[in-house]
Design a protein around this ligand. Structure first.
Ligand code: RB5
Length: 150
């Protein structure tokens, strides 16, 4: 599994923790920036970069971080085909994969402690999409996109 990572300044330290954690599990990471926490940057740039890498299949999944996890997820979700879930608990992390087939996860550094954030990442990467009736619903999400991308 290869995971694309991205963040703004507000999520930089959490992204580094996640990268360290994933690499310790033997999971390859591709870091799409930002590359320091000192300079204030705009989260849409990094949400879009990781989302495009997922759609281009440069990576299997994306994990993004900002202060709340919200802004960068909104950016990622503008890219057709992306289902980016903002998550703050392990149950939602599992469900976002099992039921929603989320291909990106978004976390808030100013919301979560390191321990919970890494448990969320672990729960998410270890959960499989259940398909079946959930596939029909995910297909309907794609149908909505098509209605607006004419
Ligand atoms: C940056 O201050 C902050 O607005 C950003 O990291 C994020 O929380 C936006 O949703």
């Amino acid at each position: 599994m290869k995971i694309g990572l991205g963040c703004d300044h507000g999520g930089y330290n959490l992204k580094l923790e996640i990268k360290k954690y994933l690499e310790s599990k033997g999971i390859e990471c591709v870091d799409y920036g930002t590359n320091n926490s000192e300079e204030s940057v705009d989260y849409p740039i990094y949400g879009q970069k990781v989302a495009e890498a997922v759609i281009a299949k440069e990576v299997d999944y994306g994990i993004v971080c900002c202060g709340t996890g919200i802004g960068i997820s909104l950016a990622a979700n503008k890219v057709p085909g992306i289902r980016c879930a903002v998550v703050s608990d392990t149950f939602s992390a599992k469900m976002s994969k099992a039921h929603n087939n989320a291909n990106m996860l978004s976390l808030g550094e100013r919301v979560l402690g390191r321990g919970l954030a890494l448990e969320i990442v672990e729960a998410w990467i270890n959960t499989e999409f259940e398909g079946d009736r959930h596939q029909r619903r995910v297909n309907l999400l794609s149908e909505i996109e098509k209605q607006y991308n004419k």
